[in-house]
Design a protein around this ligand. Sequence first.
Ligand SMILES: C[S@@+](CC[C@H](N)C(=O)[O-])C[C@H]1O[C@@H](n2cnc3c(N)ncnc32)[C@H](O)[C@@H]1O
Length: 273
Amino acid sequence: MSTTLPALTPLEDSLFLTLYARALDNRRPQPILGDAMADQIVRTLDYDFGQLHVDTNLVLNVALRARKLDQVASAFLARHPDAVGLDLGAGLDTRFERLAPPATVDWYDVDFPAVAAARRRLIPEHSNAHVIGADVTEKDGLDTIPTDRPAIIVADGLMGFLTHDELVSLWNRLIGHFPSGEIVFNSYTRFAIWVARHARGTKSVADLVKFPGMDDAREPEGWNPELQLVREILLSREPEVAQFPPAWRRYHRLAAHSTAWSRTGTIVLPYRF
Ligand SMILES: C[S@@+](CC[C@H](N)C(=O)[O-])C[C@H]1O[C@@H](n2cnc3c(N)ncnc32)[C@H](O)[C@@H]1O
């Protein structure tokens, strides 16, 4: 039976782009992420995914960045089985299912109330997975999350939709909320933001992009003295590129020779605090 969701705002609607990209990755002969539940949700929804014009580049980037974010989160949870996990701007992502954390971890998926309602309809419940309907730029949006446990905070595809000041203020509130933790997100250089505004595959979100881009991964260390860059993950240099279709594999292997060139693509940045 197909599910029709109430109309979402264009910003909320951006979740379909990444959800569909993960579903298409799952349908590739050699998936990068292999998120069968994303595929299942897409098949359930009464939504015209074709009009999004999701291309191979977006599929590969969305799948690989999700995999890298998952790896950082998974390593953190292995070290801190008492942690809380947050997925900010979670959309309909099934990260909790992919990570399958132990029952000692409490996981919070945060997105606008309408998206939170859609999650509750479409994604199976777990006693330690919680959905919060809130705007992450609002000061009290995350107040119900425990403050006495280490936190792994993931933001996949959110950063581009926040202004620089909103992002700095959000990070500072998170650092003040938890005793310690890691924040990991996919970042964009100024050039990547320009591409996102002009590429066909991201046309549906072009007018919603507010972040100017960040060329220096160490910049957030200046936002809060507790923030420390762990490493810069340049997707072109990651081993999964071997599973890309030949033309994309050749492009990324060439790009991998140059740090500047690799930075024009997708970057995943983990910080500890
Ligand atoms: C491109 S989608 C990514 C969704 C999900 N992380 C994924 O990878 O599929 C961006 C998400 O961020 C959410 N979002 C954007 N701004 C937000 C805000 N201020 N507060 C809460 N959620 C926000 C949108 O509703 C949308 O679900």
